[in-house]
Design a protein around this ligand. Sequence first.
Ligand code: NAP
Ligand code: ZN
Ligand code: ZN
Length: 349
Amino acid sequence: MPTTVPALLTDSSGGSFHRGTVERRDVGAHDVAIDVKFAGICHSDIHQAREEWGSAIFPMVPGHEIAGVVTAVGDEVTEHAVGDRVGIGCFVDSCRECEYCLAGEEQFCLKGNVATYNGRQYSGEPTYGGYSTAIVADERYVLRIPEGIGLDVAAPLLCAGITTYSPLRHWNAGPGSKVAVVGLGGLGHMAVQLAHAMGAEVTVISRSRSKEQDGAKLGADHWVATEEEGALKALRNTFDLIINTVSADVDVDGLAGTLRVGGSLVYVGAPADRQSFAVFSLIGGRRSIAGSNIGGIRETQEMLDFCGEHGIGSVVEVIGADEVDAAYDRVVEGKVHYRVVIDTATIPA
Ligand code: NAP
Ligand code: ZN
Ligand code: ZN
């Protein structure tokens, strides 16, 4: 018999959240049942709950930054045991046989992976995410959270952490490289910490100077405020890599102009609108504009272990279930420092 568990649901595009329940499947032979302790609020939750990326499945229980404790395991489970501290990120299944799944890059699964929420299992059942007290998933898609990282500050690593770690690794951030992070929000504050820990020289490109001191504490070496006249022009030929985390449109040509020859401007921020650029912003410096999508399971575990070794966690504001609507508005207004995390113990009525 499936289990009914408390959850926070929204019933329509842009609607408010209310308490309710969702069903979790029986624990199958390869499944892990998890008592969810904390769920981060990613800006992608807002894009989807407000249908900014297109039509969505309602009712919706968002949440793909999930941290909790294992409460039961199926007979065939080998990787996790009852009592383990674990996490779930943006997907809970993938085809397991396409070239990308075989390479451990399930985020690019050719069949389409099964999103943790606002998705469908391959059987057709809708998926419900982490704004709930429990979840069941195949052990392959469950990550180990290292000792020493609190579950509250670990939850955002499952999306914001891996989404920034993966491009930093792919584009070889490290000693001797100059990395810019555009936008100091949920993704941005992870990108700064991770790039700094990898040994890169890190610059934050923010709209204003209001968060400059926080940036320095997180490991930023320099701060640039785009509201200051000529701020980007002064940075000509500076960066090897720019990680753009902004959820809205940016000055693509201005950013590209700060790249060194061969440098890359990588989008992880996912604004709904088409972006445009002048070709001459790229060809004069053999520059690239690229995109990057979360990360695979193997790399997500690598990121968590890296965070454990380097003492890295998210900077969080923990809230109760009644504060989610207000938190969504605060994220959009850029007022969150730097990730809101829901204490799921407050969800049961
Ligand atoms: P967030 O916490 O809201 O941070 C976004 C940051 O962008 C803000 O802190 C702000 O930084 C800047 N910003 C916001 N609105 C802006 C505006 N109108 N103009 C200029 N700058 C603005 O969001 P997040 O959770 O980090 O997510 C960021 C984006 O990444 C979202 O679009 C999300 O959907 C996307 N995302 C993508 C992936 C992926 O796999 N590619 C994964 C997760 C999230 P400053 O105040 O410093 O300017
Ligand atoms: Zn996310
Ligand atoms: Zn696949």
